[in-house]
Design a protein around this ligand. Structure first.
Ligand code: AMP
Ligand code: MG
Length: 422
């Protein structure tokens, strides 16, 4: 585990007072490390978990050459350009019940989808490409087929002895099906990441508390809960912690003792009079950053005890954006996941967007399909960093990169879709 100072020394031009979004990503990738413990999970429980070791295929899938169609199997070398072919039907091969005989030139075997190809035969003519040609005879019209057509080869899906899945892969529904197709009932997965969260701020009310002037209900606790849940983390919810040194210290210590990562919101901006920053500094190895981004400029990052610390800003949109841009990839890395960022898609801007070069902006976007089939995007109205409804209306973030300036109508812009990310 590296200290903040060690990571900072590795990075060229590290300036905590003006960090680019790219530098934040690089810093965090160097700071956090994957957890190493793993456990076995049955296929039904493995969904969305991270595979801890390469999964080597004990068998070939499919285990035999077999037919991709209902039809007739025969030797494909008999096909000649421009000529019809007549064949005698000498047997039937069913799925799960192979035909044991041999078929020679001029002969074929009626075969069902999935049935093992009879010995030596390499081509299947689909039923609908044939006409009857007398008792137990079929005719194939000219130029309908090539040798090898409609035959699935042994091992074309997976080959015995080769990795079917790589460690670090997230077990999607497709991957779970693949595991089962190998006859494997359970797989080694990385243990779930434990993440503790609390909100800070004296003005922040928990649900059930009576409203009072100047106070707001805590929303960050619920957005962060949802974001962590989607990642498959074990969540340790520490609620709202008052701006009081004793309570803050107790919350940080509890979190550090139980979690791999601690996420807080609020109390990290420059002018903060409260105790959150002071307590982070006292208990851990923590850097306080000003990031060249919008929304979400302030952020605290480091370690308290063995746990990674992500001190997010307080504004609800800033919390979600910094989570998606920085915390999520860092947590995925800690989870042992090899893919840590969703791909950025290209869309055409439906409107001009004002943007200052020299910072990364994440605007709430509505991405849709244009009439010509390409992607287009517009921003949701109010982009204020406290306007949570803008995150609800949006289906993705428009990512305006560090060097990028104003966007004109029709310009290509990058979008990070929420689907798959939250
Ligand atoms: P701070 O970073 O603590 O100065 O907070 C920035 C803004 O976010 C303030 O307007 C806070 O009231 C608001 N805020 C802080 N924490 C929360 C929370 N848990 N839920 C909703 N808003 C919050
Ligand atoms: Mg505050």
């Amino acid at each position: 585990m590296k200290t903040i100072a060690q990571v900072a020394a590795e990075l060229q031009g590290y300036d905590p007072q003006a960090l680019s979004a790219a530098a934040v990503g690089e810093f965090l990738a160097r700071l956090v490390e994957p957890v190493t413990e793993h456990e076995q999970a049955g296929v039904f429980d493995a969904l969305d978990r991270i595979l801890a070791q390469d999964l080597v295929s004990p068998i070939s899938v499919p285990p035999h050459d077999n037919s991709a169609m209902d039809g007739y199997a025969f030797h494909g070398r008999q096909l000649e350009a421009g000529k019809a072919l007549q064949l005698e039907v000498v047997g039937t091969a069913l799925a799960g019940k192979a035909w044991q005989g041999t078929a020679g030139p001029g002969q074929c075997v009626k075969i069902m989808t999935g049935a093992i190809m009879p010995a030596g035969l390499d081509t299947v003519v689909p039923q609908e490409f044939t006409q009857p040609a007398g008792e137990r005879r079929i005719r194939i019209a000219p130029d309908m087929l090539h040798p090898g057509d409609n035959r699935r080869l042994k091992g074309e899906d997976l080959r015995e002895g080769e990795p079917a899945l790589r460690r670090g892969e997230r077990l999607t529904p497709a991957a779970c099906g693949l595991v089962a197709s190998l006859g494997i009932a359970s797989v080694p997965v990385v243990r779930r990441l434990r993440v503790a969260y609390f909100s800070t701020g004296d003005e922040v009310l928990s649900l059930g508390e009576a409203p009072r002037e100047g106070a707001i209900y805590d929303s960050n606790r619920y957005t962060v809960f949802g974001l962590l849940k989607r990642l498959g983390c074990d969540i340790i919810d520490l609620g709202v912690v008052r701006d009081d040194p004793e309570r803050l210290e107790a919350a940080f210590n509890r979190a550090a003792g139980a979690a791999d990562a601690i996420i807080t919101s609020g109390g990290v901006s420059v002018g903060e009079a409260d105790y959150t920053k002071a307590m982070m500094k006292k208990l851990g190895d923590v850097a306080f950053w000003k990031i060249a981004m919008r929304p979400g400029r302030p952020m605290a990052v480091g370690r308290i005890g063995p746990a990674a610390l992500f001190g997010l800003p307080g504004n609800p949109v800033a919390v979600m954006v910094t989570f998606l841009a920085f915390v999520r990839p860092a947590l995925l890395r800690m989870m042992g996941c090899s893919g840590t960022q969703p791909p950025l898609l290209k869309a055409r801007s439906e409107e001009p967007i004002r943007k200052k070069a020299g910072r990364t902006e994440y605007q709430r976007g509505v991405v849709s399909t244009a009439r010509d089939g390409s992607l287009q995007a517009r921003t949701t109205g109010n982009q204020g960093s406290g306007v949570l409804s803008s995150m609800v209306q949006a289906n993705g973030l428009i990512v305006l990169h560090h060097e990028q300036g104003n966007v004109a109508v029709g310009d290509q812009i990058d979008v990070m879709m929420f689907e798959g990310a939250m």
